[in-house]
Design a protein. Structure first.
Lengths: 288, 414, 317
């Protein structure tokens, strides 16, 4: 498509593959079209949430004037939205902290320690990745129910802490850390847990950040599990709450306002942690 | 040797899990001195503040008379209430009292403690006969009725005006004759909610009953909707769908009400929505309540709301006392007036003499039916509703749809 | 030089064959004691995670398979059914419908999502002004829960919505969610929208590994963009694409949120996926044993596909 000019041909520099002006413009055009299509649902969500009360008509309703925030007042005031937000925050943050801690500990042990049964244990972790959660869903629910965990934070959070991928990731990363640091500390008489906290964890910051943001995202968007475990409406997470709004004959603009409110925190988190997210995805992909 | 440790551990865990699942939930001992009663109720009174106000008042009055009993109530949303309730019962975490309609009484009958011995006999005798019948299974009164309701035929005066129609429909033939006239003005003659979330009691069964059919046969051992009456009923609606006399989108989804034709005065008559749904869109003057349509029979869906006690209740006496209190003539009357529903009792008399809409609905209660009570009712709806959708979308003939549904439903009847 | 009796010593990290030779160990602490101490501490570190696994993965996995041999409902009675649940399942037209729906959805969603991921990745792989912005926009749907996006997509596909308006001239107007044939394509569109950004990032990373000189050389030889892609880039991408295919297929087999929020399995069970059926049977009708059987079926399906894909990748290498 881009034919090299004689000048570049002679130079044989990397510049040859750079798009020409014309090529760049074309690229911008089709990327922009794709971006618009991709972003359209979000745009529609915001605009329609600002048009309370009316029957929506396409395309007039999508025009960004005649806006009113009445639906937001309704959804923030009337429904338990803020409660749901709080529940989701608790669910996500506690899970992140717990998973990071536990998987870092386990990963460290697998990576740097020798102990009896290590191989077996590791293989069993591996095997668990294979089992889809639907097989475990109902028995986990039944057991937690019998233990009185339905409608409780601990019942909601605990089963989601068993995260094999997190353990693998931590092990992978920690394996790459040089032993000298630990040995030196051990010689100085530092206790194992102290070594873990003061040396290992700080070194793991990048992978902890990446893992952390993924776990956060996953929990924030989790639907089926909270749907089953959180029964009373003041225990719902945002996803369950918003889904229930649909069934309550709430006006469309109010529903969309709720969805927008639920999306804002996670968009914000993404913007802040973009780098880690993208790195996390790509590193997982490269390893295959 | 390498794996035995893990396998043993896993086996132990699994056995523990199954064992826990198998053994029934431990019954918490009541501490004798202070008794607690928990109740789950749903937004029967749509305004949450008003609803809470009613129960706070009622509970206060009750606790004043019964110093040793505390009552705790929770208002749960209508959505997914069966799932929540059955899950809670399975987990042994159900309430002591719960608001149920006759269909549910049948589904949960194994978990319900009959109300017979907890209601004073005078109160029991005061219950309207057809109401008492609808909450009785195997001769036992399963719950204490607190309200009744009926889904009459509701027509939009504005829509009729716009189409220039003066006579309101009484029979299926009337409706069919009116349909083209309305279509010319861009108005649907009726609506049908085909989404599997909507109970068939509200949508299809009334039509089935009007055609003279029934969901089950006399002893409830087989389904009977795949009869000529059933085909006739389904054909009525699928013809409407094919000819564009009902809103097509509603066949599979439930959009917000203000997005549907009903809200914009573009539906002539419906038996699937009530005055509370449309008052804000139509204005009260446009609401016309009529007796249900007649084909072979004149019948509509009506329900009875009742408080049932679950077998897992710790203090059954206390729960029974509160149930009796909340559903006695005085309190149920208050509740019914506050919620715009009707009384299940004889002694309360006519509640809405001066409200034209409500009294019109009240008059249709004698021709209403609470549904056919079977434990498998909801599961049967689960296989019938999609087949109805298929017929409405024209991918199956009504006869074939009902036949397939019957075949799928039969194994569900245990 | 090993002291742990049962296991071969794992290769030491950092290149030292036996690191503890050089440290100044306090006298009296034999290697054996140290090793045991190490093992104890290590177990302590692993135990919390392992216990969680035992309790919430292992145990339930076995129980989940076990439950499928019983009849268990809300009354709490556990009745042995043997293979009855599976017989019922294999004879149940609804199950096969769900199987077909899940398969149809995956067969459509996975290739389209992969193609889109590759196309977009090619578009934004090189850094240019705004490339990061585009990447972010394309990734936004990935972090958006489909439950939250469901409401707006329901409107988009409704008869009065934009999609129907665009499709009307092609004769495909009217709500796609209302058509037993078009409902799956509609769901595929939403599914692909929500996932292609993820694949895009992975492909971008893989593209970095394609040596620029090769593409350059091809360019010098006059190869057009398509040929450059087909003969230089694509072969290098194959492993990544297979990896993506496995991930996307597994995700498509488990489609639930989308169905729950947009169609509830309708119309007429035309979008009744396997996980939705599991949820329906288990939690709506409390037929836990039957739902467990469906879970097992789903597990077997995923396993089979994973094995097939592994065999294919293996052959590639």
């Amino acid at each position: 498509m881009t034919t090299a000019t004689p000048r570049l041909k002679r130079a044989r520099s990397f510049r040859a593959l750079e798009p020409t002006r014309g090529g760049l413009v074309v690229r911008y055009i089709w990327l922009s079209i794709a971006a618009v299509l991709c972003f359209f649902p979000f745009y529609a969500m915001v605009v329609l949430s600002l048009k309370p009360g009316l029957a929506v008509q396409f395309p007039q309703s999508l025009l960004p004037w005649n806006l009113s925030t009445a639906s937001y007042e309704q959804v923030l005031g009337g429904q338990n939205l803020l409660v749901w937000l709080g529940n989701t925050l608790i669910y996500a943050i506690v899970s992140v902290v717990a998973v990071l801690l536990l998987s870092a500990m386990a990963g460290y042990a697998f990576a740097k320690k020798r102990f009896r049964g290590k191989e077996t244990m590791f293989w069993s972790f591996l095997a668990m990745v294979m089992v889809p959660f639907h097989v475990t869903l109902i028995p986990t629910f039944i057991v937690l129910a019998k233990l009185g965990g339905v409608d409780t934070y601990w019942g909601l959070i605990l089963p989601t802490l068993a995260n094999a991928q997190a353990v693998f990731l931590m092990r992978q990363f920690i394996e790459g850390l040089p032993d000298d640091l630990f040995e030196a500390a051990r010689i100085d008489g530092a206790g194992e847990f102290r070594i873990f906290l003061t040396i290992v964890l700080p070194l793991c910051k990048p992978v902890l950040a990446t893992l952390g943001i993924f776990i956060f995202l996953w929990h924030w968007n989790d639907f089926l599990w909270p749907l089953i475990m959180a029964k009373s409406s003041d225990m719902w997470t945002l996803t369950v709450g918003i889904a229930s709004l649909q069934q309550q004959n709430v006006p469309l603009s109010v529903m969309l306002a709720g969805s927008v409110v639920a999306l804002v925190p996670i968009f914000f988190a993404y913007v802040v942690a973009q780098r880690y997210v993208q790195e996390g995805v790509t590193s997982a992909g490269i390893k295959g | 040797m390498r794996y035995t440790k893990t396998i043993t551990a896993a086996a132990v865990a699994a056995t523990a899990a199954l064992a826990l699942a198998g053994c029934s939930g431990s019954s918490g001992g009541s501490d004798g001195s202070k008794k607690t009663v928990t109740m789950w109720i749903y937004p029967v009174i749509a305004d949450e503040a008003k609803h809470k106000g009613f129960w706070d008042e009622t509970v206060k009055a009750f606790e004043a008379e019964h110093k040793d009993i505390t009552v705790k109530y929770e208002i749960y949303p209508w959505a997914n209430r069966d799932e929540s309730l059955s899950t809670a019962i399975a987990a042994g975490k159900g309430p002591d009292l719960v608001y149920l309609i006759p269909d549910q009484l049948s589904t949960y009958q194994k978990s319900i403690e009959p109300m017979d011995s907890y209601l004073p006999s005078a109160q029991k005798k005061d219950i309207l006969d057809n109401v008492a019948e609808s909450v009785t299974i195997d001769g036992k009164l399963m719950a204490a009725p607190i309200l009744t309701s009926a889904n009459a035929l509701m027509c939009d005066a504005k829509a009729f005006e716009a189409a220039g129609v003066t006579d309101y429909p009484k029979t299926w033939d009337d409706l069919e004759k009116l349909a083209p006239t309305f279509k010319e003005k861009g108005i649907y003659v009726t609506q049908y909610f085909g989404s599997p979330d909507v109970t068939l009691n509200m949508t299809f069964y009334p039509v089935l009953w009007q055609a003279g059919g029934s969901v089950y046969n006399k002893d409830g051992s087989k389904v009977a909707f795949d009869s000529t009456a059933g085909t006739k009923a389904l054909s009525l609606i699928s013809d409407f769908a094919a000819k564009g006399y009902i809103e097509k989108d509603l066949i599979s989804t439930m959009p917000a009400l203000e997005q549907t034709a009903l809200a914009t005065n573009n539906v002539a008559c419906t038996w699937q929505s009530g005055p509370s749904d449309v008052t804000s869109f139509w204005g009260e003057d446009a609401i016309k309540i009529l007796p249900p349509l007649t084909d072979e029979k004149q019948v509509s869906y009506g329900t009875v709301g009742s408080l049932a006690m679950l077998k897992g209740a710790k203090d059954k006496e206390a729960a029974g006392e509160f149930a009796a209190f909340a559903t006695d003539a005085e309190n149920s009357k208050k509740f019914d007036l506050a919620s715009n529903f009707f009384s299940p009792l004889k002694s309360t008399g006519e509640l809405y003499a001066d409200d034209p809409i409500q009294s019109a609905i009240e008059k249709t209660i004698p021709t209403s039916k609470v549904g056919e009570l079977q434990p498998s009712a909801r599961a049967v709806m689960g296989v019938l509703a999609p087949e109805i959708q298929a017929a409405l979308l024209g991918t199956k003939t009504p006869e074939q749809a009902l036949k397939d549904a019957a075949a799928a439903a039969q194994p569900l009847i245990k | 030089m090993t002291t742990t009796p049962t296991q071969p010593r794992p290769p030491a990290v950092g290149g030292r064959p036996d690191g503890d030779r050089r440290d100044g160990r306090p006298p009296g602490l034999t290697k054996r004691v140290l090793a045991r101490r190490e093992a104890r501490i290590a177990l302590l570190f692993v135990l919390p995670a392992f216990l969680l696994f035992l309790a919430f993965r292992f145990g339930p996995a076995i129980a989940g398979v076990g439950l499928s041999f019983f009849d268990y409902d809300i009354s709490g009675e556990l009745d042995w059914e043997g293979l009855k649940n599976f017989e019922r399942m294999l004879a149940d037209p609804t199950f096969w419908q769900a199987f077909g729906v899940t398969l149809a959805y995956s067969v459509l969603a996975v290739p389209i999502s992969l193609a889109l991921s590759v196309a977009m990745a090619l578009g934004v792989r090189r850094a240019f002004r705004g490339s990061r912005f585009f990447r972010s926009v394309f990734f936004l749907p990935v972090i958006t829960s489909l439950v939250l996006a469901g409401a707006i997509f329901k409107w988009i596909f409704s008869t009065d919505g934009p999609w129907s308006a665009i499709m009307a001239p092609l004769g495909l107007g009217g709500s796609w969610l209302n058509s037993t044939v078009l409902v799956i394509p509609a769901l595929v569109i939403v599914g692909v929208w929500s996932r292609f950004g993820y694949g895009m990032l992975i492909v971008i990373a893989a593209l970095q590994d394609v040596p620029r000189e090769h593409e350059e050389a091809a360019l010098m030889d006059g190869a057009g963009a398509w040929n450059r892609f087909r003969y230089i880039v694509l072969p290098r991408l194959k492993p990544t694409l297979f990896f993506l295919a496995v991930i996307e297929t597994t995700a498509s087999f488990q489609v639930f949120d989308l169905v729950y929020v947009m169609t509830q399995g309708g119309p007429a069970h035309a979008s009744y996926s396997l996980v939705y059926m599991l949820y329906d049977q288990g939690f709506k009708y409390t037929d836990y044993g039957y739902a467990a059987a469906i879970g097992v079926a789903l597990f077997v399906m995923t396993l089979v596909v994973a094995l097939i894909q592994r065999r294919v990748i293996g052959r590639q290498k």
